[in-house]
Design a protein around this ligand. Structure first.
Ligand SMILES: Nc1ncnc2c1ncn2[C@@H]1O[C@H](COP(=O)(O)OP(=O)(O)OP(=O)(O)O)[C@@H](O)[C@H]1O
Length: 720
């Protein structure tokens, strides 16, 4: 620590290490921190913000960017955790790149811009782009392969995203032939041509964006900057820009960051971990951490954060083996790694419950426990088992298995059949049911009409059945094109199924009814058509199979199952805010931490997912396992041949011995003493404590006494 320049911000709840203090005080224009999971990257960025505030920088001149909303929320919370007063913390812009880009583009966007958060909403635009590409090039160009089935659409949407994330699409290709460009960009010609048409549609031929899918705001802003930096002139005057989870950076986000940093008075601090890259499809790469910043800012300084403070050496060393890299822990604590085995998904769910019950029996609160799943379909068995065991759990809003699209669709069918949509209490869920019914019946409405219908049905649930009448009227007289044939058949099957359902005795076993419904509406085939990504269509199959299994296991009648399902949803919604076990997808847990992490379904056909990139699956597992603080529970099949290879890769017996020695070493280290004693003096008492020698911490808005002073005179203001 530089004695001439002592820190002005003292974080609450922890004593910063010298490494953290060095970053807190760094005055270099560009500071990069590349460190392991849990090595206090986010915390240190929050402390850096605290230091800036303590030095009286207006909060509005600080911008902290993340790639995902989850990471953004963690950073916002961490600001409060380290002791930045909420009133100040809320004035600091902590945003995702997409939020920030959207805000900056707002000044040039038209009023009718449509935001499409999901691939499903982009399908119609993608088809229109294919039609345009066909009109323009069919018959005139060789090697054109215009397909409209879902795999082709999935590939197209991936390719356009990749071309944008890497900014290849914005490259100057004026004098090149189309084939040549596609080859240069390394994508199929057809997808390149379709992307060009898609962008023409999306940007209305250059007049302004008409719709934006995921990531498009980031791309549009980066393109604007590249084309002459018009919007950069309007950027607020940020003095400090910070970026967490730097490993998620891609070219488009990098260019935005670069435009911010390039301003003469702007300082930058970024932190990341190259082993947590899980968005390679979006062009994420460790290139930026390793090379690109250094190219643009040769004077950048790298600061280390050596040890993890999230968990003890047992988990740190297991992760060192898993990733074949050096990982240290600064804690003198034993993070337990437990294993249990199962036979089948119901048994896995039972083992999950047992792990939670053990945690509770050991005297720990339920809200410290998180069940991190590879995919949402895995939560069905677990949610049922938790309810049966009377354990409160919560899922992020609209992310439980009852809110999956295919389940919402089936619930909508049952609601119409049983004439009981009012039993779905939440308006948000009702709206989602309407969306799912329209998607799975392959109906087409204009956005305005859809919003209108939805609003009416949400208010008056009895209207749900009429959805199908309205569409019929609209279709009359229309000529069918080749693409309408399949979707018309789907819709007819849905209408027939509803008619059939209305005649079914509600006392019939639920499993039999649901099985028949799925067959009648050809759910699996439809999912394959409407879910643009084959991977997602695959998850739909597993999810529906899980629902049928649950219905069979319940032995309930249709009426009972319907009532139980709605009661269950109400139960989960009530619990959302309360202390309960969390169920969350691993990918969304990035940046977070939990005392006890349970990783279920560690089996060869689930995790690593057989169709996804091995390196990215490894990073995903690394993210999941490193969320744990005190205990990590790994659940895998009893048959060792079926287990995820990731378990063996941790070499648990080998790493445990070294970890025992490290704990002894960490225990022997002298504990650092807190440097300040904060007081609980009120505003009226300020003159009194000041006269006694207390000082004011501007960042924390609190009075304190320096370490080493006699605290006796301050006794009335020392928190017990
Ligand atoms: N100086 C410190 N002493 C003790 N604990 C600390 C210290 N600094 C940070 N921690 C704790 O270490 C844990 C991990 O910190 P943090 O979440 O900032 O790590 P990270 O590097 O951002 O993690 P990830 O890579 O998973 O995003 C937190 O519980 C934090 O409170």
């Amino acid at each position: 620590m530089n004695d001439a320049n002592p820190p002005r911000f003292t974080p609450q709840g922890l004593i910063p290490t010298p490494e953290q203090t060095a970053i807190q005080l760094a005055r270099n224009k560009v500071v990069l921190v590349d460190a392991n999971a849990g090595a206090a990257k986010t915390t240190t960025l929050a402390i850096r913000i605290g230091e800036a505030l303590a030095r009286k920088l207006p909060p509005e001149q600080i911008l902290a960017l993340t790639f995902t909303p989850e990471a953004r929320d963690v950073l916002r919370q961490r600001l409060l955790d380290v002791g930045v007063p909420p009133a100040q913390a809320h004035r600091v812009a902590v945003l995702t790149f997409e939020d920030f880009a959207g805000q900056q583009l707002d000044r040039i966007d038209g009023d009718n811009l449509r935001q499409c958060a999901e691939a499903r909403q982009l399908k119609a635009y993608a088809l229109a782009a294919i039609d345009r590409a066909a009109e323009r090039h069919a018959g005139r160009m060789e090697g054109l392969d215009l397909q409209t089935h879902s795999i082709a659409l999935a590939q197209f949407l991936d390719v356009q995203l990749q071309l944008k994330a890497t900014m290849a699409l914005a490259a100057d290709v004026e004098y090149m032939g189309l084939e040549e460009i596609a080859e240069l960009m390394g994508v199929p010609l057809t997808d390149y041509l379709t992307t060009v048409e898609y962008e023409t549609l999306r940007l209305d031929g250059g007049a302004g964006a008409v719709f934006r899918g995921p990531f498009d705001a980031t791309y549009d802003l980066a393109s604007n900057l590249q084309a002459g930096a018009r919007l950069a002139e309007h950027f607020p005057d940020y003095r400090i820009v910070l970026c967490d989870e730097l490993h998620d950076l891609n070219e488009a986000a990098f260019q935005i960051l670069d435009a911010l940093i390039a301003k003469p008075h702007c300082y930058f601090v970024g932190a990341g971990d190259k082993d947590q890259v899980i968005h390679a499809k979006l062009g994420a790469s460790d290139e930026y951490l390793n090379r690109r910043f250094a190219q643009n800012y040769p004077n950048l300084v790298r600061y280390p954060l050596t040890a993890t403070y999230r968990h003890g050496p047992h988990l740190a060393y297991a992760m060192a083996e898993f990733k074949q890299k050096a990982v240290e822990s600064g804690l003198p604590l034993r993070t337990e790694i437990r294993q249990a085995h199962y036979d089948g998904s119901a048994a896995c769910a039972q083992q999950t419950v047992a792990a939670v019950q053990q945690w509770k029996a050991d005297g720990y609160p339920l809200d410290g426990c998180a069940i991190l799943i590879r995919d949402r379909h895995q939560s069905m068995a677990i949610e049922n088992a938790l309810i049966e065991a009377d354990i409160d759990y919560r899922t992020p809003a609209m992310a439980g298995y009852l809110q999956r699209d295919e389940i919402l669709f089936l619930r909508g069918l049952l609601a119409i059949g049983l004439k009981d949509f009012a039993a779905v209490k939440s308006e948000q869920v009702r709206g989602a049911v309407v969306d799912a019914m329209i998607a799975f019946s392959e109906m087409r409405f204009s956005t305005r009409r859809l919003d209108n219908l939805k609003a009416q049905i949400v208010k008056d649930p009895a209207l749900l059945g009429e959805l199908f009448l309205i569409e019929d009227e609209q279709r009359d007289g229309d000529e069918l094109n080749y693409r309408d044939v399949a979707s018309t058949a789907t819709k007819k099957a849905v209408i027939d199924t509803i008619a059939w359902l209305s005649s079914v005795d509600p006392a019939t076993p639920a499993a039999a009814v649901l099985t028949e419904v799925c067959e009648r509406v050809k759910l699996v085939a439809t999912a394959r058509r409407i879910f643009v990504r084959p991977y997602e269509a695959g998850v739909v199959n597993k999810s529906v199979a899980g629902l049928l299994e649950a219905a069979a296991a319940s032995g309930q009648t249709l009426a009972e199952f319907w009532a139980a399902m709605n009661a269950r949803e109400a139960f989960v919604r009530r619990k959302r805010e309360r202390k309960a076990v969390l169920i969350e997808c691993v990918a969304n847990a990035k940046g977070k931490e939990f005392d006890h992490v349970i990783l279920p379904f560690l089996q060869a056909d689930e995790f690593p997912h057989p169709t996804q990139s091995r390196a990215e699956e490894e990073n995903l597992f690394y993210v999941g396992a490193t969320r744990a603080r005190a205990r990590l529970t790994l659940l895998s099949p009893a048959d060792a041949a079926l287990r995820s290879a990731f378990i063996a890769q941790m070499r648990l017996p080998k790493s445990a011995a070294a970890a025992d020695a490290a704990i002894a070493r960490n225990q022997a280290k002298p504990a650092a003493a807190p440097s300040r004693q904060y007081l609980v003096a009120s505003y009226q008492e300020k003159d009194q404590v000041k006269a006694l020698g207390a000082q004011f911490d501007i960042a924390r808005r609190a009075w304190y006494v320096e370490a080493g002073r006699d605290l006796a005179p301050f006794a009335p203001w020392i928190k017990k």
